[in-house]
Design a protein around this ligand. Structure first.
Ligand SMILES: Cc1cc2nc3c(=O)[nH]c(=O)nc-3n(C[C@H](O)[C@H](O)[C@H](O)COP(=O)(O)O)c2cc1C
Length: 504
């Protein structure tokens, strides 16, 4: 491990980490970052030397309506056995769904159902299976490069975090180095967003397959790492339990557990240490199971807007089609073409159903909308009040240049029909969950972003998550005091510019 500068203290407060990783004109000048392409991390982890189990190719498509699934309506059961169920779940949440051409070399690289900052994919999917029909109990690591499962252990293994053992328990981990290679210290934020996206990719697919999901952010990190025998570069971030009648169960089989483990591939020649990332991770770790029975203070500001959101636009597109076709737009077609207020309403309402998680008793993130081209809505900035589905106008006039400028000058935020700032109440999250709350706010923002991606695709629009923005400039522009929160994620939705390099 090569050092990256300062001598590490044991932990770093989330406030210091957040301050340090803010983008500003000065910080971007201060930290020139050249990409070492020869040392680019491999986006695929393999645990070598273990049995590999096939997941059936071309599992049945998920025909339930995408917007209906996003509103929490369970889809019908289609899978008759464990392998088909797992294949269907992962095919619609974590698999490769497209590729892109690199014109200068003629090579192609993979794109997946779940988006990822810089397409670097720090998130790995592990799962425990228990009692599935025609699928051996055990611990598996998903191999998206070939849509297969690496069997890391066989037998009735239990994480032991909840009362009832769920038949499927996913453990999402982050290999932060993949993201830090490009984004440096700010990478911990992006990895946490990516976990939020991956969470909702699994949760919405499970919903569309008719089963319940529940996420646990509150678990002892080192215990879970040891239980799963994770390589040291992989950190457990979120656990998702799937239950319900649609999961095909077989006759109970009790087998002794056999560990294969496997050797984790080295993902780059050398991994550079980022002491600040180690410190924020350590600060947000738990050494005990924790409790979800927490009193959460009311938000600092409550209110309402004058503009009532109309009935939301509908879409005939199926969940399967939408998740497999979802892409990030590189840019949007500017000009005059607008979205309707009913489409905006459909986009906003998919962000409001409660999340199913032990840290989701309260929402910490609020949406500010930069409306550039929405029929029936004057250009301006609006705050969403989800409690009564209203918009409060806080600025009027053309926001295109400002929105692009705040997103580090990225044109797509100005060419979109609407752009968003997600404002996270980091203080309130910390009061409720301690330093761990820092992760939760970023998971929540990623989760909201994922729902926006899917709703946009369902409505025939394109979307892009934007992790790069001038933090304090956003606060100044929106007149936000620190009690009102900090910007944690940007987003843009509009008519995408076609990308000729894309092959679906
Ligand atoms: C957390 C996050 C932050 C992102 N930030 C940006 C950004 O600042 N600018 C941009 O053009 N794309 C951004 N993206 C989009 C990614 O580049 C895109 O997801 C990735 O290239 C994979 O493409 P796909 O979404 O089509 O699968 C972001 C995506 C995520 C999930």
């Amino acid at each position: 491990m090569q050092g990256c500068g300062d001598a590490p203290k044991t932990t770093m407060s989330w406030r210091d980490y957040h301050e340090w990783t803010k983008h500003s004109v000065e910080s971007l000048g201060r930290l020139p970052h050249l990409l070492d392409w020869a040392n680019m991390p491999d986006p695929f982890r393999h645990y070598e030397g273990v049995p590999i189990l096939d997941l059936p190719a071309d599992p049945p498509a998920l025909e339930t309506s995408a917007l209906t699934a996003l509103h929490g309506v369970a889809g019908p059961t289609a899978a008759e056995d464990g392998p088909t169920f797992l294949s269907q779940l992962l095919f619609h949440s974590a698999s490769i769904s497209a590729s892109k051409l690199v014109p200068s070399t003629g090579s192609r690289y993979a794109l997946r159902v779940n988006p990822s900052s810089g397409n670097l994919h720090p998130t790995e999917f592990h799962f425990l299976a228990r009692g599935l029909k025609e699928w051996p109990d055990g611990l598996y690591h998903y191999r998206p490069s070939s849509h297969m499962a690496e069997q890391r252990a066989m037998g009735a293994l239990e994480l032991g975090l909840a009362g009832n053992v769920a038949p499927i328990v996913l453990i999402l981990t982050s290999i932060v180095w993949r993201e830090a290679w490009k984004y440096g210290d700010r990478a911990y934020r992006y990895c946490s967003h990516d976990i939020g996206h991956a969470w909702q990719a699994i949760a919405t697919a499970a919903q569309a397959m008719g089963c319940e999901n529940f996420a646990r952010g509150c678990f002892p990190d080192d215990y879970v790492s040891q239980f799963c025998r994770l390589h040291e570069d992989e950190w457990p971030m979120l656990i998702i339990e799937l239950r319900g009648g649609s999961i095909p169960l077989g006759k109970p089989r009790s087998t002794e557990s056999i560990w294969y483990g496997g050797h984790a591939n080295q993902i780059s020649k050398e991994s550079i240490a980022f002491p600040r990332i180690d410190r924020i991770h350590r600060a947000t770790k738990l050494s005990h199971p924790g409790t979800s029975d927490i009193a959460i203070a009311e938000p600092a500001s409550t209110g309402y807007g004058r503009i009532k959101l109309p009935y939301a636009a509908s879409s005939p597109r199926t969940f399967g089609e939408v998740v497999r076709m979802r892409r990030s737009a590189l840019n949007f077609v500017g000009g005059l073409r607008a979205i309707s207020l009913a489409q905006l309403s459909a986009l906003l309402t998919v962000t409001t159903p409660p999340f199913s998680a032990d840290f989701a008793a309260a929402r910490f993130t609020r949406l500010y909308v930069y409306a550039h081209r929405v029929d029936g809505l004057e250009p301006g900035v609006y705050k969403l009040w989800p409690e009564d589905a209203t918009l409060e106008q806080i600025k009027s006039g053309d926001q295109r240049v400002v929105a692009a400028g705040l997103s580090l000058g990225q044109e797509l935020a100005g060419n979109a029909c609407v752009a968003f700032s997600m404002i996270g109440d980091l203080e309130r999250a910390a009061e409720a969950h301690g330093d761990r709350g820092y992760r939760y706010v970023h998971f929540e923002a990623g989760a909201i972003g994922h729902r926006l991606y899917l709703a946009a695709e369902a409505l025939g629009l394109g979307a892009t998550g934007i992790g790069a923005f001038y933090d304090d400039e956003v606060h100044r522009y929106l007149n936000l005091t620190s009690e009102q929160g900090q910007v944690v994620y940007h987003f843009a939705i509009g008519y995408p510019v076609p990308d000729s390099r894309l092959n679906t």
